[in-house]
Ligand binder design. Structure first.
Ligand SMILES: Nc1ncnc2c1ncn2[C@@H]1O[C@H](COP(=O)(O)OP(=O)(O)OP(=O)(O)O)[C@@H](O)[C@H]1O
Ligand SMILES: [Mg+2]
Length: 254
């Protein structure tokens, strides 16, 4: 389903953290959410999955106001992988991924063959099938990140929100995970710091600064040298790729 954020505001006390944000993601497309530290990316993702309540404005999934969607439906359809996701320590990798099935199961319903198949498929997609029995606490940072992504995939969501999913990942797994996510038939918002990865894998981008959207659109239109200088305070050289119409960014120091 599509995601539409309409003039959304969120505040902690008197501090405005999300200040009148509007953006849309078409069904099955990937939106990259960019912006400096503290610009409101994680806060916006939490609002979209209703972990936080908007102060004003409306968030719609497939045209329906999320405030009117029952909590159980939200839990089944939206998966969020948080920036610093943790989990209980005394559990195995497969137990963590099985948690993704929780919203789909009633209190008395037995674990099904389909649940098993979905969990194993999710583990395989992130390349962690060989680690099913390993304890969570013994995993490396990147392995933990991949297991949390598998848990989100096991939820079989229609909307997937990923908060800096490439944190801790080596370059191969960064490319693998973003390649995987961009091919899923799921509406996706990914908060990212790597502008080149955002240009490679996202259908569109929104750039946040101090809780507001300061640029939005196709990656090659958004990622200009002027914007990178103005928002991130960095001099950059942006080269348009002739092959796929995207762009490549080189940063300059001094
Ligand atoms: N409950 C809160 N009380 C006070 N300030 C808050 C609260 N929640 C978030 N903030 C502030 O709101 C701002 C936006 O935070 P947020 O986590 O959304 O940023 P972000 O864009 O995800 O940053 P990063 O790139 O560092 O992850 C930050 O300055 C943060 O300190
Ligand atoms: Mg964040």
């Amino acid at each position: 389903m599509s995601i539409a954020v309409d003039k959304v505001t969120f505040a902690a006390g008197n501090t405005l953290i999300v200040n009148g944000i509007s953006l849309t993601v078409e069904k099955g497309k990937v939106l990259g959410l960019l912006g400096p530290n503290g610009s409101g990316k994680s806060s916006l993702l939490r609002l979209i999955c209703r972990l936080r309540k908007v102060r004003s404005g409306i968030i719609r999934l497939g045209g329906n106001d999320i405030a009117a969607i029952p909590r159980g439906d939200i839990a089944r359809r939206i998966a969020l992988v948080e920036q610093q996701a943790t989990t209980e320590t005394q559990v195995t990798v497969i137990d963590v991924v099985r948690l993704g099935r929780t919203p789909h199961r009633g209190p008395l319903s037995a674990w099904s063959a389909r649940d098993d198949a979905v969990v194993l498929d999710a583990l395989g997609r992130v390349g962690m099938q060989g680690r099913a029995a390993q304890f969570w606490q013994t995993l490396s940072g990147g392995e933990r990140q991949r297991v949390h992504i598998a848990r989100a995939l096991a939820q079989t969501p229609s909307e997937l929100l990923l908060d800096e999913p490439t944190n801790h990942l080596d370059i191969q797994h960064q490319l693998d995970i973003l390649g995987l996510v961009s091919k899923l038939d799921v509406t996706c918002i990914i908060a990212l710091h790597d502008l080149n990865l955002a240009a490679m894998f996202c259908d569109s981008l929104a750039v946040l600064q101090e809780g507001e959207v300061v640029a939005a659109g196709a990656p090659e239109d958004v990622l200009t040298e002027e914007l990178i200088g103005r928002v991130f305070g960095v001099r950059a050289h942006v080269q348009k790729s002739l092959v796929h119409g995207r762009c490549n960014i080189q940063y300059m120091t001094g």
